[in-house]
Design a protein around this ligand. Structure first.
Ligand SMILES: Cc1cc2nc3c(=O)[nH]c(=O)nc-3n(C[C@H](O)[C@H](O)[C@H](O)COP(=O)(O)OP(=O)(O)OC[C@H]3O[C@@H](n4cnc5c(N)ncnc54)[C@H](O)[C@@H]3O)c2cc1C
Length: 296
């Protein structure tokens, strides 16, 4: 098979925003869709487990040796923008902040809110990333995927994807996202769009801890309340286990004071869940995805 290019025994801590992670047996950062597809085919044909990482901004990876192939999509970052129709075709590895700024510069409205989300298009569709009532799924037309079992490539229309709050069917099926077709509103005022985008980024960085490694919101918000509010009401902000700390800026963020390992972080997640369940009677469901743990 052509274009198979991977490294062995690579530390994944540099590929997660929380700066924690074990070693991948095989690791690759494909430059193109073809290379990506060949790697997925290689792992299937060689019976190797295949894991995908985007920007690693919603991932807790255990400090263990992870057998199989880990593919990081970040170099697959080609994007085509049609400023007349508003149609955007983005490879899975395109970063949302990059896309957000490009949309504004092209007068396309609707992506200004994504500027502060340090994830890729693929990861954001998989997670159904969003903010309040907004989510990337709102702008989605279709997704190009590969089935890791049959190795068939096909396109799924948005109407056939059952998105829910921080959930997409990709969390449960065998499909890997290769690229996405999105639609934004054309002919917007470029200066205004750039200004709103800048303002949104400022607001995020002022209200969330962007100066320390984290993975964004740890827990999904329960019905009718906010996970961060519940954690704050219990006086848990600033509570630490090893190098992992509940942010003093935002209760639903765990930050790594540069010495945390995956156990510190998982223990802290468990303590928060226990305390919130005991005192508030609510079980907090993690939003963060876990790799290499026996976590349900
Ligand atoms: C400072 C900060 C702020 C954040 N703010 C927000 C916010 O406002 N709203 C929000 O929703 N999230 C937020 N997040 C969380 C995170 O950025 C999003 O969930 C983002 O969409 C994850 O994208 P990613 O590329 O980093 O995915 P990763 O973390 O790399 O992966 C997440 C999951 O997606 C899977 N995946 C990734 N790419 C693919 C693919 N191509 N095909 C199939 N599966 C794939 C992975 O296997 C993994 O299970 C924030 C995070 C940080 C650190």
């Amino acid at each position: 098979m052509k274009n198979i290019n991977f490294q062995e025994k690579v530390s994944l801590s540099n590929y997660t925003t929380i700066k924690v992670g074990g070693f991948a047996e095989y690791f690759s950062k494909p430059n193109s869709t073809d290379e990506f597809i060949n790697l997925i085919k290689w792992s299937r044909l060689n019976n190797q487990k295949c894991r995908i990482i985007g920007a690693g901004s919603n991932l807790l990876i255990n400090n263990i040796f992870l057998k199989g192939l880990t593919i990081c999509t970040k170099k697959m970052c080609s994007i085509k923008i049609d400023s007349h129709s508003g149609i955007v075709v983005a490879e899975a590895g395109v970063m949302l902040p990059t896309m957000s700024n490009m949309l504004a510069k092209n007068g396309l409205q609707g992506g200004e809110w994504t500027v502060g989300i340090p994830g890729t298009v693929g990861g954001s569709i998989y997670m159904n990333a969003g903010s309040k009532e907004l989510s990337l799924a709102n702008n989605l037309l279709s997704v190009q995927v590969i089935d890791t079992e049959t190795l068939k490539l096909f396109e799924i229309e948005k109407k056939d994807i059952n998105f829910q709050y921080r959930f997409s069917p990709f969390q449960q099926n065998n499909l890997i996202i290769i690229s996405a077709k999105l639609l934004f509103t054309p002919k917007g005022n470029v200066e205004q769009l750039l200004e709103t985008t800048k303002k949104n980024l400022r607001k995020k960085t002022e209200t969330q801890p962007y100066d320390l490694p984290s993975f964004g919101s740890v827990f999904k918000n329960p019905n009718n309340t906010y996970a961060g509010k519940l954690i704050e009401e219990l006086g848990l902000k600033g509570f630490k286990i090893g190098g992992a700390e509940i942010s003093t800026i935002h209760g639903n963020f765990i930050v790594n004071n540069y010495s945390a390992n995956s156990k510190d972080i998982l223990d802290l997640i468990t303590v928060i869940q226990q305390k919130v369940l005991q005192k508030k009677g609510i079980f907090l469901q993690p939003e963060v995805r876990m790799i290499g743990f026996d976590y349900p």
